[in-house]
Design a protein. Sequence first.
Length: 168
Amino acid sequence: GQSASHEGLCRRASQCRTLGLQPAGADEHHLVNLDVRWRQRLQNLSRALSLLSDGLESGSASLSTLEQEGIVQRFEYTFELAWKTVRDYLEASGATISPVTPVQVLRDALAAKVITNGHVWMDMLSHRNLLSHTYQEEVFHKAVEDIERRYLPEMAALHTWLTQRADD
């Protein structure tokens, strides 16, 4: 059957296609070599980042609460794709990540100079965790501002860095 947690985003192939992502079979990740896997995930990251960026085109201040909730959801899945793409890239480069957690992947990425602003990435992780488990209006609005001003530029920089490596 379909992978139950394809990149933490899709529960069905139709859901993947709605997000503009490639659906994955249950065993696909075991069959595809690591180099191909991170490049495929980078394509999904490109699409997710584009959707997040499009949502913020007119600025977060002009967004309704519902639109802001959409931005938060787009941020959550874009962040998931970002750290998982970094994990796949590092593993394809020969790194062994242990334990495989977002925190450890971000630490290893910082050490490998894949990312340069580790504190911003840790803030992203904190906001992702906080937003996933609680709703506090002040936290929510601060997160939307941070997504626009701090997180989107960092994810775009990572995307550029990875895209340059994918083109090599």
